[in-house]
Design a protein around this ligand. Structure first.
Ligand SMILES: [Fe+2]
Ligand SMILES: [Fe+2]
Length: 225
């Protein structure tokens, strides 16, 4: 089963390096580069799923919104993970088992730091990205029940773009291979989403579940069916 980035459309390693170094100062540190590579791969896969989801369900977007504007947000929402790794010299996302309280606090900073990084990039390059990706990044770990982070926003206090992203993010995380967990098959990941339905906007979740059930992801070689 091919499970590497070269099999993804538009995702060759050199292009990822170029794209990412534009936003992030990779410093040649092996751990940082590894984390950067892993999380951009995560973002690219997630953007592919997101794109398919929206193209089959354009009605979930508010009028006048182009889904292409959202794809960058899907791709870059975890951009602060390599940066936190660089600052602390540790890859918090490879630690098996539970994080300590302090590690957990640092890890939970990634939406805020990511939004700040993207905001700075936006200020310097206002024509190169849409501001909506800053909101997607800041809010992608907020939960519909108000128990997410960083700001414990609840229900529709969470911007719609982040409510959509968090569903696709949790799905993608489940089907990916990560250092601390293997890849899961689609039914197990869907069971996880249903068990944690309190995290998600119920209307968007319903549409996403129908999308997956329709078999739309059946041809993706890196997804275990
Ligand atoms: Fe995240
Ligand atoms: Fe993510």
């Amino acid at each position: 089963m091919p499970n590497n980035i070269e099999t993804l459309p538009g995702a060759s390693i050199p292009s990822i390096r170029n794209e990412f170094s534009d936003l992030l100062h990779l410093d040649g540190n092996h751990i940082v580069n590894q984390v950067a590579y892993r999380w951009l791969r995560h973002g690219i896969r997630e953007a592919k799923i997101f794109e398919m989801f929206i193209s089959q369900n354009p009605h979930v977007l508010p009028e006048g919104i182009q889904y292409q504007d959202l794809l960058e947000g899907v791709k870059y929402h975890d951009i602060a993970k390599p940066e936190l790794t660089r600052i602390h010299g540790r890859d918090f996302w490879s630690i098996p088992g539970d994080l300590t309280d302090e590690e957990w606090k640092i890890m939970q900073l990634h939406p805020v730091i990511g939004a700040a990084m993207l905001n700075q990039y936006y200020e310097e390059n206002p024509n190169r990205m849409s501001r909506i990706i800053i909101s997607m990044t800041l809010n992608h770990h907020e939960h519909y029940d108000g128990l997410g982070y960083p700001n414990r926003k609840k229900g529709t206090q969470i911007p719609w773009e982040a409510r959509l992203l968090t569903i696709v993010d949790n799905f993608t995380a489940g089907i990916e291979s990560r250092p601390y967990s293997g890849r899961e098959k689609i039914p197990l990941v869907m069971a996880y989403l249903n068990e944690h339905a309190n995290f998600f906007d119920p209307n968007y979740l319903r549409v996403f579940i129908d999308f997956v059930k329709s078999g739309a992801l059946a041809d993706m070689p890196w997804i275990k069916q």
